[in-house]
Write a protein that binds this ligand. Structure first.
Ligand code: RB5
Length: 154
């Protein structure tokens, strides 16, 4: 499984903590930045990570900003992306099982590193329930909205 990870200046320290977990567990990931505390615009990072997935270069993504809100909104504008803003383990599992979320967003000013790593672990260890037709049909409806308003389906 290939991952992509990115954060703005508000999330760069939490990105480092998550990368320690990814390294310790042998994950292959691409880091789209940022790499310092110098201010950057979260839409640029969310877009870069989301486009990496949409291009088929990674399977799942993790994006972080201060609240997780701006970067998740930005990522979700890229066709084919289903990015879930997470702060509890139950939702981290359900969004993979039910929504086939391919990205997760975290708020570095909202949650601590311990919970953040647990959320990442839950997200990466849970699969979409692809044999349960109701979940497949609902995700297809999301794709239908995208097809209507974005002009393409991915
Ligand atoms: C940056 O100050 C902050 O706006 C950003 O990290 C994020 O919280 C936006 O949603």
């Amino acid at each position: 499984m290939k991952l992509v990870i990115g954060a703005d200046h508000g999330g760069v320290d939490l990105k480092t903590e998550i990368e320690k977990y990814l390294d310790a567990n042998g994950y292959d990931y691409h880091d789209v930045g940022t790499f310092s505390h110098e201010a950057v615009d979260y839409p640029d990072i969310g877009r870069a990570a989301a486009e990496y997935i949409a291009a088929g270069k990674a399977d799942l993504g993790i994006v972080i900003c201060g609240t997780g809100i701006g970067i998740s909104i930005s990522a979700n504008k890229v066709p084919g992306i289903r990015c879930a803003l997470l702060s509890d383990v139950f939702s981290a599992k359900r969004t993979r099982e039910h929504n086939n979320a391919n990205m997760m967003a975290l708020g570095a000013r909202v949650i601590g590193p311990g919970l953040a790593v647990e959320l990442v672990d839950a997200f990466l260890h849970t699969d979409f329930l692809k044999d349960e037709s109701r979940h497949v049909a609902r995700v297809e409806k999301i794709c239908g909205i995208e097809k209507k308003y974005c002009g393409e389906e991915k």
